[in-house]
Structures are given as C-alpha cells and as structure tokens.
Write a protein that binds this ligand. Sequence first.
Ligand code: G3P
Ligand code: CA
Length: 251
Amino acid sequence: MPSVQDAFASGGTLVFGHRGACGHAPMNTLPSFQKVVELGADGTEFDVRLTRDGHMVILHDPTVDDTTDGSGAVSQMTLAEIRELDAGAWFDGEFRGTRIPTLDEVLETLGKSTLINIEIKSEVYHPDGVEAKVADAIHRHKIDDLTIVSSFNPLVLRRFHQAAPHIPIGFLHHPAEPFFLADFMRGLPHAARNPHFSEVNPVYMRWAKAHGYHVNTYTVNNPELGLRLRDLGVSSIISDVPDVILSALRG
Ligand code: G3P
Ligand code: CA
C-alpha cells in the first residue's frame, strides 16, 4: 500500500468510499467499512465526533436522530448511551443491531488495507481536544502514512496540524459554507482542498495546481460526472458507490 502522499502524487484519480460504502450499507458503521474494502476502493472517508465524555465515535450528523433509533445531540450523550442505539435498521432490516462504532474499532477493522480520509466534525470554535485524540489514534494504529485528515472547520485543521504536522490535511468546502472560512487557512501548510464537485472546473483546477493542492472532491455517484472530474485532474473522488465510480474509471 503506497502512502497517501505518494498515491496522490501518482497523478491518477483515486476512488474513496464515502462514510464507508454508504450506498450499500448503513453509513459510518462497520458493515459499511467491510463493504468498502470488499469493493476494492483505494480508500475510505468517514466522520469523527466527540461524545460528552470525550470518546471518538463515527457519525455524520450532530444528532443521532436520523440514523439511529434514538434522539439527541452526540455532544450531549455518553459513549455508553450511544452504544445502546441501533444504527443499522433505518437502512435495512438486515443491519438491525449494528452499533455506532468508535474510531478505534473502525481503524482496527480497516487495518492497513486502505487509504483513510478522517473528517473531523466540529461545530464549535473553542478547543475541545478532538484533534490530539485523533492524532493519537492514528499514531497508535500506525497508519500515519495512510491517512489524510479533513475538516470544514479551519481551526480544527490548525490544531490538528500542531498535534501531527507530518500528517497531510485537506480543507473541505461547500458553496453553502461562509466564504471567509478559507481565510483561516492562510499560512497553514495543507496538502489538499476538498471541494464539493459543483465547485470543480478548469479555473478551480488551475488555481489548485498553482497552489500545489491536491483536489479531493465529493460526493460523486454518477459515472459520467466521475469521468469528467477525472479528466479535470482531481486526485480523488469520494463516492457513496465506489464500485460504480471504479467501473467508470477503470472499466
Ligand atoms: O469528506 C467529504 C464529505 O463527506 C463532506 O461532506 O457532509 O458528507 O460530511 P459530508
Ligand atoms: Ca464526511
């Protein structure tokens, strides 16, 4: 397995699963991560959040309402409370009993089988310690060279870079995000920009290349769109259905 830096530098377009392979299994759960490995994607993306008692769990939304049988904000719940929830049945009955995993469980499941894009979700601007905890987990699982860390929150990326300057970071953006957030990336060395696919065009790619940024774009489930983005020169495509994008790109 090449390092994530070497893989990005190879010039090809990598395919990452989104939240595992969330078109095929409940997002951000162990079955979804087993599926993304089985499909042969180059890597996987997923979302990390902190519980009230400071544990790292894998969940996209700030609340558990839409993807479990419970309700409430993750930041106000303990790990024990979160572990009670069913995170699979909403997707399909066959996944009933699936739990929200911890970061350690996901990294244990993935091992060194795939590249990893860890998105740190944080809607707060004060330091809560999540960055050092993620850096420690990456280090303990010995996947420093396989991992890129991304976030929409530039202050999180700043703190993560202080905790682990050798691990590449990518600044996520979306047209609906406040445009001035990018200003907080000034002076912070970062390997990548991770834009929504609607932002990627020849002008954007020229700008990214001039700044030395790899471009990792999301969420691309349409094969024709995948081919267009590949031809524009993106470094990776993040997809709910990585098998569909892999077939389009590699036949
Ligand atoms: O990392 C790419 C993508 O996951 C960012 O958006 O909302 O799906 O976490 P979201
Ligand atoms: Ca994400």
